[in-house]
Structure formats: C-alpha cells, structure tokens
Design a protein around this ligand. Sequence first.
Ligand SMILES: [Zn+2]
Length: 300
Amino acid sequence: MMTELGIDIPVSTRLALKTRAHGVELSTHLQEHIIGRLRRSYADVFSMDRPERLWGPPVISAESMRRTGYGRSFPQLLGTVHTDLEERELPGERTGDLAGPESAAGTQELMLVASACHHVYPLFQGKEITKAASVMVEGRCFRNDSPNETGRLRSFRQFEVVHVAAPPQCAHWREDSLTRVEKWLSDLGIQVSKEVANDPFFGRGSSLMRSVQRKQLLKWEFRADLGDGVKAIGSSNYHKNHFSEAFEFRGPSGAELHTACIGFGLERLVLALVHAHGGNLDSWPEAAGGGSGPTYAGAE
Ligand SMILES: [Zn+2]
C-alpha cells in the first residue's frame, strides 16, 4: 500500500510508523480514517448528555497538576517540558508552592498531559455549578511508561467524557455511561471484559490507595485482545470529590460535587478493531471505518 508520500508501507505496519523513540509513532492516513469514524460514533453515544466538545493541546499548566497531586501519586509517568528535574516529583508540589520554584530556566510552567480529562477540571475552578455538566475532550497524552512493554505507546490520543454533578446524579451517570459504552463496544464488534482496576500509584501509601480504589469500585477497565495480548483499551473512573476539592468548585449553596470520567485510548481501540475484524476494511462495521476505505489521493 502506497501512502500519499509514495512510501510503501507493509500491511503489518500500515496503521502507524515507528520512530527512533520507543512508544512514539507516526499515524497513517488509514489509521486517521478509522479514528475519524470512531470519533463520530462515540460522539453519538454521548450526544444525549449534550456535552461541550473540546480538543486539548499536548501540554497543561503545571500549577493545575500540582493541585491534583499527580506528581506525588504517579511520578513514574510524569513528562515535564523541562527535563532537568533533580527529583522525580513536580518541584513545589510537596511544599505547596503552586507557582513552582524559579530555576535558571525560569518557572516550570508546563507539563505533558497524562490524561485528556485533566484539561477539564481546571475549567471549573472556583465556580458555582448550578446544573450537571458534561464535557467531551480529545487530546494527545504522554506517559513515561516502561520501554520494556512492547506495543505500549508513550505518546497517544485519548477521548474522554467528564461528568460533574451532585453525588447521586454523578454516580447514576457513571453507571449509565458504563452500560452505554459496553453496548457501543459490542456494536463495534470488540469483545471486552470489564474489570475492577486500580491506578499505578507510586511510593508510600500506594498499596492502601490501590486497595481503596478497588474496594470502592472507583475504577473499571475495559480490556480487549489487541493481537499481542489482552490489554486495557479504556477505563471508567469515579473521583468522588478529588477534583472538586482541588479546584474548589461547588454546587448551589456550597453543596459538594463529584466528578467521573470515562475514556479510551484511540490507537488501542484501532488495534482491538484490527484484531476483531482483520486487515480488510470491507468487513468492518461502518462505525469503525468499514465499507468505503480511505482514498489515498486526498481527503475522504
Ligand atoms: Zn479521565
């Protein structure tokens, strides 16, 4: 198969081209065609929530991430725009210096986004939220995962839907969104298992946080066969008041709000589709890019 640039790409690698950096790949027109269709179909799944739709950049304010304590919980995944950190923790996080310390290179202002939903919570900072809100966000993410795990991308795309509401309504949306997503994946022909999971918390107190997360069913993972093993393709997370406390947003009369998110790795979804339906797009569901394949001469 020839690309627009005239590069002959073997069938086995026609979704993406590897680069010299592990876990960093270039996407082909074929993969973008499939992702374009997926984008339309997941937007349909959540249209009843009337979400605001946003596309996030690959970087985020380090101050926002300090507020959430991300660097304390997941230092092993951190990617900062400055790469001269002496400690693998966001400077200022431990001391509560949210603006970050001055360094020779200036304030450490930006870091790479680990989850697309992290763009959303700061938007509500300090606000009174008078009715439930849904935000759909797609963004490029980075996690400094181990180079030893083959096939794991460090730079990847996620789409997520975030819901903000009073605790009972948020819990209800969480359950309802799980049901809707299970049907969506089934319609796409992807066989998934839904499993209780935990985030890869790091350091002191991490085993307690993992077990609380599991016992309270705060994280579900959707796992599917990607051809080289069964892996998580998405997850549903219930944060309780973690983000509403961090960004100080509340309901009417100061009522507590909860947040939940559900999200998928787009490149992993494509791999699950390839495993489920094979290399010939003609036999794929239309919602996943089946039927008319991409034309290499120009736009679809
Ligand atoms: Zn999320």
